[in-house]
Design a protein around this ligand. Structure first.
Ligand SMILES: Cc1cc2nc3c(=O)[nH]c(=O)nc-3n(C[C@H](O)[C@H](O)[C@H](O)COP(=O)(O)O)c2cc1C
Length: 187
């Protein structure tokens, strides 16, 4: 089984709801075992599950054009893993939720992509759109973007964004299965 962990921060629940949609998409893929972990809940056991994962999906709301401070704290705490090259050659992908239509969400995804590259991870892009315009509302290519308006998490982001999140989870899950198979560890 390809193991995928979604690790995220959410303050008001929008990013958490999107993480659940990504997780649904991941779990639809045969051969994928997926779980979500909130950065606030990371203990030694959770760090071990991240170390054992074949793919890690990062999720944070966009705050001030970047990841939230709590997510950045998680990034910095992974410094020992960086030093040990513990996450080298795992797959990585990312998603963010912002209040604005643009809201500088791309900056957040670039931070995540750079972070994954620091760890020597292999970045999985969005790969959705063009032929699926209903899944391309925000036209992102680096990773998944969702837009939450000024409404509670059970109303926003809109359904289309959750559908896009599920499709994105499916893409990352399929990539993780192929990656594991290619490594020979799952044969
Ligand atoms: C301190 C702060 C900074 C924010 N900065 C941005 C921003 O730069 N761009 C944006 O689109 N939304 C911004 N927002 C809105 C949040 O991204 C939005 O409310 C998001 O849904 C919060 O996610 P959560 O419900 O998972 O906590 C900001 C919100 C806060 C509290």
């Amino acid at each position: 089984m390809a193991r995928v962990v979604v690790v995220y921060f959410s303050s008001m629940g929008h990013t958490e709801a999107v993480a659940e949609s990504v997780l649904r998409g991941l779990r639809r893929v045969d051969g994928v075992e997926a779980e979500a972990i909130r950065v606030q809940d990371i203990d030694e056991a959770a760090w071990s599950r991240l170390d054992d994962a074949d793919a890690i999906v990062f999720g944070s709301p966009t705050y001030m054009g970047s990841v939230a401070a709590e997510f950045k704290a998680f990034m910095d705490k992974s410094g020992t893993r960086w030093y040990e090259r513990a996450w080298m050659d795992k797959l990585a992908a990312g998603f963010t939720v912002g209040g604005g239509l643009s809201g500088d969400k791309q900056s957040t995804l670039i931070v995540m992509q750079t972070y994954a590259s620091q760890h020597g991870m292999i970045w999985v892009s969005m790969g959705i759109g063009v032929r699926e315009p209903e899944l391309d509302r925000l036209s992102s290519s680096i990773g998944l973007m969702c837009q939450a308006g000024n409404a509670p998490a059970d109303e926003t982001p809109p359904r289309e964004d959750h559908a896009t999140a599920e499709a994105f989870g499916g893409r990352v899950g399929a990539a993780a299965v192929r990656w594991l198979r290619g490594s020979g560890s799952d044969s």
